[in-house]
Design a protein around this ligand. Sequence first.
Ligand code: ADP
Length: 184
Amino acid sequence: MPVERTLVLLKPDAVARGLVGEIIARFERVGLKIVAMKMVRATPGQMERFYPSSEEWFRSAGNKLLKAYQELGIDPKSRLGTDDPVEAGRRIKDNLIRYMTSGPIVVMVLKGNRAVEVVRKLVGPTAPHAAPPGTIRGDYSVDSPDLAAEEGRVVFNLVHASDSPAEAEREIKFWFSEEELVHY
Ligand code: ADP
């Protein structure tokens, strides 16, 4: 069955900027159904467990950060104390935890045909400056990884969305019990 569930987090910048309603409206507009939703003040421990800690994730995120530093002419050793991609990836995760716990977030489960893929399409790519118009990240932000690197933070991109059906199921279970998911 192509009917899927996916997890969406409206990050602290979305809540602080008063964009919760507008972002949710975009998911409702395409016909996705909200089957669970709550506002949370996440703890660092929760975010540490929510985001991946695999070497593969650290390496991939770290390589992107090192590339941004290279483009800016920033020496990673003097800024980060390391030029190792895995170590740089760990710094990204630390900054991500700091961002995700800087204010309240909204956690929700959306259900519908190919929900995982459709929500990723509506959200757009990670870097808002490069996200196409019509996507949430492209329409509501101009942030970019190089600016974020310069300011020693992760890119503020408003929304998190599960990237595969298997990951969606793990993430849904992380935030909600089965009883909290409403059938209608
Ligand atoms: P996405 O949220 O698009 O699925 P990832 O799962 O790769 O992206 O990363 C999680 C979050 O960490 C991103 O949404 C972004 O806020 C931040 N992030 C990841 N990599 C970088 C990077 N190289 N520079 C700045 N921020 C990053």
